[in-house]
Design a protein. Sequence first.
Length: 383
Amino acid sequence: MQVPFHRPYTTDDEINEVIDSIKSGWLTMGPKTVRFEEEFRDYIGSQYAISVNSCTAALHLALEAVGVQEDDEVIIPTMTFTATGEVVRYLRARPVIVDIDRDTHNIDPCAVEKAVTPGTKVIIPVHFAGQPCDMTAIRQIADGHGLTVVEDAAHSLPAWYRDEKVGTIGDLTCFSFYATKTLSTGEGGMITTGNDEWAERIKILRLHGISNDAWDRYSDKGSWYYEVVEAGYKYNMTDIQSGLGLAQLRKIDWMRERRNAIAEKYTSAFRDSGVIIPPPVRPDRTSSWHLYVIKLNLEALIINRDGFIEKLKQKGISTSVHFIPLHRHPYYRNALSLDAGSFENAEWVYERSISLPIYPGMTDEEVEYVAEKVMDVAEEYKR
Ligand SMILES: *Cc1c(COP(=O)(O)O)cnc(C)c1O
């Protein structure tokens, strides 16, 4: 059996919505994008939802909207994708990279507290694999020092911290609709916020800095006139993407339930093994289960992580590693003079973690096959 690491889940619904967009004559941002934003906003329960062409663009605009400037400090976890750090550099600000929690792989609030200086402006928690960070602690630190919280929610659609849905917790929340994420438009992103001023500014910045009133030129009123009020960006979504988004949003809860069921099957297969450590589930959080990341108990095995991945590959199972911590990449290591010794937990996690396939279109046979083969390799290489 061959089990790919990911397969997007699309049906005739997505195909029909995209055909509908093309037939409508609106290929770029138009009425369907407006509808996708409205439905996304209602689904999250936020005041605003502003679409962009990636989560990277969302993070960039969020930081610009809150006024991050040259040499300001932005605290981010090392266990993330480079997008979280590169956007800080777009504004010539300084990424301050901190360590994570060993269990959840989420940013460690104690490390955040220690990293705060008078130059700190923003904290970007990343909800690793879809399980929300300790938002009470992060909120407390932010409030105590007058910082803004911009959530990197690329993994966490939908997810809940206590009774709050991700997208309604931080000051601004950035979602990804990249090909492998839990809702996909191929490429795409969304920013949610409850702040009028930031929302207004982001809407202007995402499309060339053209003033919002000029948005009317996309409506029936139609007008050739527009005003540029800022040097903006070309970050808008298209109606073709929004067609995909609308169709995907209609099944977003069902898709999460499906991933949740897969996660439960994996966890019950690994829980008592003593060699495979399943991802912990915090009782006050609901994960989107974007990723299912196991950790190997290396002390009980005579095979390392890379070897384990190779054995699974030979059995037809594709896996991945999330993430190579930022401090290990030449750019961040050199630009920020980082030393692995400052990231003990991330190092420990990185050495032993493997992301297993988890997506709504996986068959029960595929799930069972993966669980069984992981246990087979573990048994074969037990110390
Ligand atoms: C995928 C991802 C991003 C970037 O999303 P894009 O939509 O591809 O720009 C940012 N942060 C994290 C944690 C991600 O996994």
